[in-house]
Design a protein around this ligand. Structure first.
Ligand code: UDP
Length: 420
């Protein structure tokens, strides 16, 4: 029932020229005593959204440095994902908490998955709230348990966090993107670790401007006219409707501008399709608004092409755990405008490597500034790329995990492997 996910192969040495030799050597030293260590990642989906994106790179690199790593996706049916989507929204501040029945559903699926999990792991990393109860249910199945929170829980619905806290507070190690996301009452070691992107993945590898515009052209973009773009799931927190409103203001000044909204649909996100349709309705048939998703064959290379080609990349979120799309866009040297929320300000220095905005109007104004002054866009993009290189590339994230394993396992007694 727990579904294993096959990940490809990656080689840490390939990253040396991008992040520098000292970091690569530090990683090898940290990994040496952990060689052969058995690690399992548990998550809710292998497709769509940031968690899956990260694990497809992080896990191959963990394996490359000698750890024995698996990724398993928990079992869940619609009733479970309806409950966990509500929980996700409530933890990000939405007023509606789960009903008692939905909390029961969440617990029941956690029990089922816990029974299925095999034992004998050195480390079990539980991603996000969906499988978070598993530690409290089967703590004996791994020597070290780590909870990785990928969402913004800085202003949660109080009832929801109160119900969740007993399940998460005792994790010996937990990871949050920024200090303000840490709920009060966490009892283990809390680590502040932002995630990272893979500069060598098809989504982020260098594409020539010609190749990028060639790909965009195939989706109906007029590559000789300016393009604004946002890449993200169709989710109210990502505010695609606000992006459309900002584009409309820009279009009054610059009538040739186009907008691309590129969004994948995640299998654990039942709301996605409704909101996708609402976004199409909001666009009102404007032929210069291109709304694309993975069912239009928009995969990693296409996302790369849109981010590489766009004259301004936007992430106008009103809540954002981290926002991998931010570092993805900035890594391509594009001028970037983002909502001043969650993990976005970590990645963008306002006025230096992009702009942080608090409203539709501000987003439109900044877009016009950039579209009218290509030299400004270039300068923002260049500075942004170095900030991402220094802070948000995958080898740094791998190092942080290895440090946490070392600290967590070092302070624990070895356990015997249970009989199979
Ligand atoms: N993504 C994608 N195709 C799309 C939309 C998004 O591949 O059409 C990717 C995006 O490039 C990023 C991830 O999904 O790598 C989204 O992660 P992020 O942290 O930005 O947001 P989340 O979806 O986890 O809230």
């Amino acid at each position: 029932m727990l579904q294993p996910v096959a990940v490809g192969q990656k080689t840490l040495a390939d990253y040396t020229h991008i992040v520098g030799r000292p970091l690569i050597e530090e990683i090898r030293e940290l990994a040496e005593p952990l060689k052969g260590s058995r690690v399992v990642h548990l998550s809710a989906t292998a497709f769509g959204g940031g968690v899956a994106e990260i694990l497809y790179t992080l896990i191959p690199l963990m394996k490359d440095v000698g750890l024995d790593v698996e990724w398993q996706v928990i079992y869940g049916r619609e009733e479970f994902f309806n409950a966990t989507k509500l929980m996700h929204n409530a933890l990000q501040g939405a007023p509606e908490d789960l009903s008692p029945e939905q909390w029961d559903t969440w617990r029941r699926y956690n029990e089922m998955n816990s029974r299925e999990l095999t034992g004998g792991w050195d480390t079990c990393i539980v991603h996000d709230p969906q499988p978070a109860a598993m530690y409290s249910l089967v703590p004996e199945k791994a020597r070290l348990w780590v909870w990785r929170c990928h969402i913004d829980v800085s202003t949660p619905n109080p009832d929801t966090i109160a119900q969740l806290l007993p399940y998460i507070r005792e994790y010996p190690q937990s990871l949050f993107h920024v200090p303000s996301y840490v709920p009060e009452g966490m009892q283990g070691t809390v680590n502040i670790v932002p995630p990272a992107i893979d500069p060598l993945a098809p989504k982020n590898m260098a594409l020539s401007p010609e190749d990028a515009s060639y790909v965009c052209q195939q989706f109906g973009i007029d590559v000789d006219r300016p393009l604004m773009c946002q890449v993200s799931r169709f989710d109210p927190w990502k505010d695609p409707l606000g992006v459309i409103d900002a584009y409309r203001i820009v279009k009054e000044k610059l009538p040739t501008v186009q907008l691309a909204l590129v969004g994948s649909m995640a299998s654990d996100d039942p709301e996605g399709w409704d909101f996708f349709n609402a976004t199409i309705a909001h666009a009102g048939g404007d032929p210069d608004i291109h709304i694309l998703n993975n069912f239009n064959n928009v995969g990693s290379i296409e996302v790369n092409a849109f981010q590489s080609h766009a004259d301004v990349v936007i992430q106008k979120s009103t809540r954002e755990g981290f926002g991998l799309t931010v570092s993805e866009a900035i890594w391509k040297g594009r001028p970037f405008i983002g909502g001043n929320v969650g993990g976005i300000p970590l990645q963008v220095r306002n006025g230096i490597s992009g702009y942080l905005v608090d409203s539709v109007e501000e987003c439109a104004e900044r877009s016009v500034d950039i579209l009218q002054d290509p030299a400004l866009g270039k300068a923002l993009g260049r500075r942004g790329k170095e900030h991402v290189r220094a802070n948000f590339l995958m080898p740094r994230y791998l190092r942080d995990y290895l440090k946490i394993f070392t600290a967590g396992l070092g302070s624990l007694p070895a356990v015997e492997q249970p009989a199979a």
